[in-house]
Design a protein around this ligand. Sequence first.
Ligand code: ATR
Length: 285
Amino acid sequence: MIDGETKVLGIFGYPVSHSLSPIMHNLAFKETGLNFVYVPFPVKPSDLEGATQALRTLGILGINVTIPHKEKIIPYLDDISPEAKIIGAVNTVVNREGRLIGYNTDGEGFVQSLRAKGISLDQKEILVLGAGGAALAICVSLVKEKIKRLVLINRTYSKAIKLADRLKGIAPRVNIEVFEYSERNTFPGHNRINLLINATSLGMHDEDPAPINLQNFPSSVYVYDIVYHRKTKLLEEAEKRGMMHQGGLDMLVFQGALAFEIWTGKKAPLYKMKKVAEESLRRKT
Ligand code: ATR
């Protein structure tokens, strides 16, 4: 029940009505007995500075940040984590007595969601498709692990090169290679890939084809598609071929659980958060 002691949290986005975070976090607060409430805030781009200042004025304890504010909010914060600085984007803000601190839990959420499935990254050869914001967050966390090789492929080649340069700057010892999009099914050593990650937005729409042909990859490859709205063609194909696979809902739940832990200092009720997010998604689709 909301009373005089209730603390407010929420999400800044535009639009924001599709977000699963309110359902997930409100359930998590209930499960952990916290007198917190989480609400969606549709913040227009031109209102971002005022809305961020309002976090201090209104004593809002924390927010998630989504499209289109993840990068633009940074100048209005008092400090950001080293990870958020490298990525250049924030998805979580905590208000510590008026000081706004930004974090990015997307990449760590991704890695933790793999670990939760028992997948180790040690000595793995990994292909990441895409070079946008999601790919960057994931790769920044991947290069911190003991991986053997990271292959980057993106439709726009120059963006893959730029991403590789950035990653080499923070992890000079990691073996990072870039190939043209046309080589995505046949690049040298493709048959040694252990983990294949779709970090493009291809798959978000019903009619989207799979971004890659799994026929060319070993059946032992683990396929991770960060798209969470649906079972994508890529995941259907992986299933058909008996390849282990995982969809983006896990990444969403784990990034949310990490945000919950930053705000509350408590362990997130992960399993329940995932269940309610799945149910909500099923109702929406
Ligand atoms: P996000 O923050 O979700 O990563 P983004 O920064 O807009 O979103 O990046 C979208 C990614 O999906 C990019 O890598 C984009 O490729 P380009 O850099 O060439 O634009 C990729 N992408 C989007 N539509 C695609 C398509 N039809 N085929 C292949 N890649 C696509």
